[in-house]
Design a protein around this ligand. Sequence first.
Ligand code: SF4
Length: 407
Amino acid sequence: MELQDKLAILADAAKYDASCASSGAQRRDSRGGRGVGSAGGEGICHSYAPDGRCISLLKILLTNRCLYDCHYCINRRSSNVRRASFTPEEVVRLTLDFYKRNYIEGLFLSSGIVRSADHTMGQIVEIARTLREEHDFRGYLHLKTIPEASPDLTALATKYADRISLNLELPSQRSLDRLAPEKNLHRTTEAMGRIRTLVDEAKAQRRDGDRKLRHATGQSTQVIVGADASSDADFLQRSVELYTRYRLRRVYYSAFSPIPDASSVLPPSAPPLLREHRLYQADWLLRHYGFQVDEIVEAARPDLDLRMDPKLSWALRHRHEFPVPLQTAPREQLLRIPGLGVRTVDRLLTIRRHHRLRLDDLARLRVPLEKVRPFVITEDYRPPSSLLDGERWVERFLPKPQQLELF
Ligand code: SF4
């Protein structure tokens, strides 16, 4: 098979990984004989480096052959797709060719599992080693690792990569047993624990003066939302455990997308994309706003309200805590006001040292005043109690209904 054909298959197969958000976007080029240029080559997508820069990556699988049969995966053993595999040398050559031409700033490499976890992981590590040690490759390297692979191979992967990820896929062993019977939650979290230790040790070495030490600075994972009955509370509880125990940098929530020849245990349609968005918002509240999972989703309603963002939803369920005096409230309380982000809150804390806060200050900080008004007291404003009380109060915060077009 030609390298170009392999690239088409293995770049397409990699697009289901959520860590590179732009990879599902439609690409336009001039190959049909019309138009000018081809801005994005096969397999090139954008992602974010640990320092927040947006970078272009060659995002591919080493192979889309796999021993496992995860129902939600297009590359599963029983799937009827065209198969292809790169050799490690081909991946190295493609990466260097693209890198030297400035098409990419790095490589995102994942793989199906062939022969054994150790065999596949050994090939991934060999690619990383060749790039770093033989070619002095300075680009960004994001490697997927396999939980079942030997700890030594995982350690080598963290030595060469900038970012490591291990996909958890589903939040409980019960869900895995049903949809990914070969996967084991305990093995995956155990591997995450080992990576955390390696990352911490490398950080300590850097602190002790070995500033040139190259090593992965963090790990991330992906979960698939809507492939089974797992609730948003299940996903968020698991995410909190991953952030606290294994210090994951990010949990990516990927809405399940129906695949060709899907297994009958899968739902026939995708969940609303809004669910993925609400999970990201809730995840943000957990990490940066001091919320707990049981404040965001309640036992009686374990799924997020799709009609509004989770902070607004919490505020409307806790109306007795509002309005909040902006001049005197502590930071934790300000962070709970709908419409105020972390940066705005920090700027308000600075401004209020110099003068008493007025609505104008919020306007200057580009705060959405309509959203914030019912929840705050400023020097020149106190909301009428009717804003958070009365009949049909929730409807005031929902988008206005729109007349659908007939044709
Ligand atoms: S192990 Fe990975 S590539 Fe293989 S079927 Fe499962 S999700 Fe797909």
